[in-house]
Ligand binder design. Structure first.
Ligand SMILES: Cc1cc2nc3c(=O)[nH]c(=O)nc-3n(C[C@H](O)[C@H](O)[C@H](O)COP(=O)(O)OP(=O)(O)OC[C@H]3O[C@@H](n4cnc5c(N)ncnc54)[C@H](O)[C@@H]3O)c2cc1C
Ligand code: FES
Length: 275
């Protein structure tokens, strides 16, 4: 990897954009000139710049095993994301990274895996889910639970349908507010975990979503008997540099951008303040 891709944005052209929900899009960025394509870890993130506005961190939402493009899925919230929302095929963005530790894919090998995502929490987990599907024989049973506010607020609708058809994993989705076409469960994602049969000693769970969801999901996973070190999540802090220099993401002596953003519950409980 060239050191410069950590400090200087590399130019990447948007090849295409997919509208995921009314406020979220996936950007497919040309990967040919990106030296780290195919070599990053699921759970790592990049800083994407909209020139003249600024840059912001986003997780790499596709598995490194599917390296045709660098994919980021971005929800509009403020200045950078609103500018990116005006971009389309042929426009250029800057890319710095990849940053952070990523998911513990080696430790997960041989285990049954549970993924629990809420809303825009699916993108980082999607990278790991596709990584696992591309190395299917290395992992045990795979279950995905996804909750969204409404059917329209679900990201990766086509891919979710593909996953549901696949014999390699099971997918259960729920929404808070169904529409006429919705025939699946209604309610919070935590409810899907109740009564789940797991082998706690050989199961790892990966979670990402709003803090309140994570609190309830974590409690349910502990109740199922999972060890805190086998409950893994990815933390969002305010970040600027991504390389442990500016201090924006510090929690005690931890730089979330370098030491994280992926932590297991054991580690989170030892952080000096609740993240
Ligand atoms: C490691 C990491 C991975 C991320 N991955 C994704 C992703 O895959 N997709 C995605 O859509 N977003 C992701 N985010 C969040 C994303 O970085 C912010 O939404 C983005 O920085 C907003 O930039 P902006 O200039 O558009 O908004 P700003 O104008 O900077 O802020 C708009 C609003 O968003 C709030 N905000 C900004 N950044 C954060 C943050 N990190 N946490 C909580 N609130 C924030 C501000 O307080 C403000 O209210 C990630 C954040 C981190 C730290
Ligand atoms: S974002 Fe600058 S130190 Fe982490």
């Amino acid at each position: 990897m060239r050191a410069s891709s950590l400090y200087e944005p590399l130019l990447s052209e948007i090849a295409r954009v997919e509208e995921e929900t009314p406020d979220t899009r996936t950007y497919f960025l040309a990967a040919d000139a990106i030296p780290w394509r195919g070599t990053y870890r699921p759970g790592q993130f990049v800083e994407v710049s909209a020139f003249g506005v600024g840059e912001a961190p986003f997780c790499l939402s596709q598995s490194p095993t599917r390296a045709a493009f660098i994919e980021v899925t971005i929800r509009r919230t403020g200045s950078v994301t609103n500018r990116l929302d005006t971009y389309g095929a042929g426009d250029l963005v800057g890319l710095r990274g990849p940053f952070g530790n990523g998911f513990p894919v080696e430790r997960a090998r041989g285990k049954d895996l549970i993924f629990v995502a809420g809303g825009i929490g699916l993108p980082p987990l999607r990278s790991l889910i596709n990584y696992v599907l591309d190395r299917r024989s290395d992992y045990g049973d795979v279950k995905v639970f996804y909750g969204a506010r409404s059917p329209a607020d679900r990201v990766y609708k086509n891919e979710l349908a593909e996953w549901r058809r696949s014999p390699d994993l099971s997918v259960v989705e729920t929404v808070d507010r169904p529409d006429e076409g919705w025939d699946g469960p209604v309610g919070v994602v935590t409810a899907l975990l109740k009564g789940l049969k797991v082998h706690p000693a050989s199961t790892m769970a990966f979670t990402c979503g709003p803090p309140v969801m994570l609190e309830f999901v974590t409690a349910e996973l502990l109740r199922l008997g999972l060890h805190p070190s086998n409950i893994v999540t990815t933390l969002e802090r305010y970040m600027k540099c991504g390389v442990g220099k500016c201090g924006h993401c510090c929690v005690g002596h931890h730089y979330i951008c370098v030491d994280g953003p992926v932590y297991n519950l054991d580690q989170i409980q030892r952080l000096p303040e609740a993240p």
